[in-house]
Design a protein around this ligand. Structure first.
Ligand code: NAD
Ligand code: DAU
Length: 332
């Protein structure tokens, strides 16, 4: 199995999960170790995994690695919306050109491909209501990040239909868990508290996200690899929707701080209001169920992980906060 982006948040957890629960696979990781990749995230499984430091846009390297694989699971991406608003170019390159490069290689070598994508391709939902995204929802991305992910999904679908590539797709909602970069919402707020900073809430914190534990996402990917129908898209989501304000308050409560000890900062341009996935297809066709039933417990375990592993995140914290400040983030 070739795992692209296996030194990133979800990819590294996927590799851990695969080694632990699916030992039938021999795993090779391809990762460019951008600012978001961390070789140390694979430390616990180093003796079970082969690591290749390289770029998914490098067609010759990709061709060789794909030729030696039975299946490719594609996580590698530029993944942070705020970065895409500041500098979209790497998103176009990696998310579009990188996915294209992989597709051409799996087409040449007739290798099974799974494309990991996001619910952000659908745009957003109104705050007041119960509507959810389904596999039939029209694409309507808001940010450069989601536009490039939408483009990559469409490339995969076209390569299935026109060239008969054996690919599946999954679009998951927001993930949380260990090894997530400190630029992202939950790790940023937890590590702010741990370093004596106040959590930062965009706008008024009313935006809603659906939170799925990274291990539940990764088990969905394995189910799709084994039983998914070629050419099909599966939406993944726990059903647990929360406003950003609710999450900051919960983090503060779990960390024994006053629940109003956060700052409001200027809103993200084009900020999507609400995401929610209808994952009925995955649940009924493939029998997926989230194992992490309680978000509160999963969040508490994630906080404990960041508390116990500051060696992993501390070296990157200062640069991330300087980046936010340089982009004009000031508490109101
Ligand atoms: P991440 O930013 O933590 O990790 C991305 C990884 O890809 C890093 O290790 C990075 O070094 C690597 N990478 C980047 N450009 C590369 C290139 N050109 N060649 C090779 N490697 C490269 O991202 P993540 O949060 O783990 O997301 C993984 C995938 O899951 C992405 O495709 C993302 O769109 C999707 N996704 C993420 C979420 C979420 O909540 N984080 C939810 C749904 C879907
Ligand atoms: O829905 C899936 C997507 O979830 C993935 O495709 C993306 O790769 C992943 O980064 C995530 O995107 P979001 O933009 O939803 O995640 P982020 O962690 O950046 O922000 C979550 C919410 O919290 C969002 O409404 C913005 C808000 N936020 C974020 C940060 C970093 C804050 O209020 N304060 C912050 O400091």
């Amino acid at each position: 199995m070739l795992v692209t982006g296996g030194a990133g948040f979800i990819g590294a957890n996927f590799v851990h999960h695969t080694v632990r629960h699916h030992p039938e696979y021999r795993v090779r990781v391809l990762d460019a170790l951008t600012y978001a990749g961390n070789r140390a995230s694979l430390g616990p499984v180093d003796d079970r995994v082969e690591f290749v430091h390289g770029d998914i846009c490098d067609a010759a390297l990709v061709d060789t690695l794909v030729a030696g694989a039975d299946v490719v699971v594609h996580f590698a991406a530029e993944s942070h919306v705020d970065n895409s608003l500041r500098d979209p170019e790497p998103f176009v390159r990696t998310n579009l050109l990188g996915t294209f490069t992989l597709l051409e290689a799996v087409r040449r070598h007739d290798v099974r491909f799974h494309h990991v994508s996001t619910d952000e391709v659908f745009g957003d939902l109104p705050l007041d209501g119960t509507a959810k995204f389904t596999e039939q929802t029209a694409y309507d991305p808001s940010s450069p990040y989601s536009a490039t992910k939408a483009g990559s999904d469409l490339l995969v679908r076209a390569w299935v239909r026109s060239y008969g590539v054996a690919a599946t797709l999954s679009n998951c909602a927001n993930n949380y868990g260990p090894f997530q970069h400190v630029e992202k919402f939950i790790p940023r707020q937890v590590t702010n508290v741990l370093t004596g900073e106040r959590p930062k809430l965009y706008g008024t914190g009313v935006n809603v996200r659906e939170w799925t534990h990274v291990d539940d996402h990764n088990e969905a990917v394995h189910l799709i690899l084994r039983h998914g129908r070629i050419g099909e898209t599966y939406l993944v989501g726990s059903g647990d929707e929360r406003s950003n304000r609710e999450i900051v308050e919960l983090i503060l409560a779990l960390m024994d701080r006053p629940t109003d000890a956060y700052d409001l900062v200027p809103d993200r341009p084009g900020h999507d209001l609400r995401y929610a996935n209808d994952s009925t297809k995955l649940r009924t066709e493939l029998g997926w169920r989230p194992r992490f039933g309680s978000f509160r417990d999963g969040l508490a375990a994630t906080i404990d992980w960041y508390r116990a592993n500051d060696w992993w995140w501390k070296p990157r914290k200062q640069a991330v906060e300087e980046g936010y400040r340089a982009a004009g983030e000031i508490a109101s």
